[in-house]
Design a protein around this ligand. Sequence first.
Ligand code: NAG
Length: 396
Amino acid sequence: MSKTAGGFQSCLHYMFDYETPKTLVIPNLWVGFVFRFIQFLVVLYVVGYVCVVQKAYQETDSVVSSVTTKVKGFAFTNTSGTDPRFWDVADYVIPSQGDNSFFVLTNMVITPHQTQSRCPELPNPSSTCVDDCDCIEGYNNPRGNGIQTGLCENYSTTVQTCEVISWCPLEIDTTLPEHALLAAAENFTVLIKNSITYPKFNFHKRNILSHVNSSYLKRCEFNRATDPDCPIFRLKHIVSEAGEEFEDMAVKGGIVGIMIDWSCDLDWWARKCYPKYSFRRLDSKHPVNNVAPGYNFRFAKYYKTQDGEETRTLIKAYGIRFNVVVFGTAGKFGIVPTIVNLGAALSFLSLVPMVADWFLLTCVRKRDLYSRHKVTYLNEDAVTESVSMGTSYGTQ
Ligand SMILES: *[C@@H]1O[C@H](CO)[C@@H](O)[C@H](O)[C@H]1NC(C)=O
């Protein structure tokens, strides 16, 4: 046999050697225990976590929903500095029709009888002046209140500021009441109507459940312990479940989330699907540096006086915005996710012998013996020799 032929032959060997697993039974209690224990862990994971907890055999769909809200309640304010006033929904809910959220006015700075005219700017370092030369005609400071006319006027007996063209008199928003004007808003109630759909499963439901009748709806109020199905919420209750005091929050305003969780198991053996309510404050309450807290915005009401002049009442409104957040996923048995997860479980089981082998070859006292027997390279020429070696080994 030539040298090249020998090389060729060994190359053929590498390509066409057939490897077949040979079963080696090891009667070692430890290895057997480790193998069974890991198998048990895998089965526990598949049954306990994947099937029971994660419900991985289910197809899922996420919720599609619509929300409408209706606030009810009255208030009467009679504080010094303002006229006595009666408030109803049309006054304190802004805008009257919102999208998944509603705003309840609780405190405000009112600037009545503003007209388009000229008045001295509020005093601040960039607006104070000594004479007309300090004011530039036409200069417009975006953080100021109007366009300068170039004149320096008396703001008070001691301070002079540049005159501006603006809605005058200017708003002085440092006069915000320390106790919320509409503190009575804590007793207002809101009816939340929420319809949901899981389109994939053609499942529809609303948060006014089928056993709720109209006479119950007229008198009930949501309470986790006694009336968990009532869709009417007292604003104070919402804010206190969010971990806040209504009186405190009403002064500077804020944003509160009303979360409705519609997570459902739609399989016939577990067909219960009820909304679960929870509440939390959504704007940050105590930032490290509490600048610009709360929530406010401005709006105005416009009038014409008898002689045709336009005037307006400017309102800087502070209040609580309630955002209704609807979320959830529904699951229902599906054959595809079941097969996929079954496959994953089986492939995990097939990894177990590898771990047991590793344990066998590294941690067991007789590992040398086991590793000698575990891998055998069959050399046909020396087969008799190896067999005799095996027997002599056995008799040792
Ligand atoms: C809200 O109602 C409770 C009792 O129903 C009452 O004690 C409380 O004074 C009311 N709050 C306001 C601000 O009117």
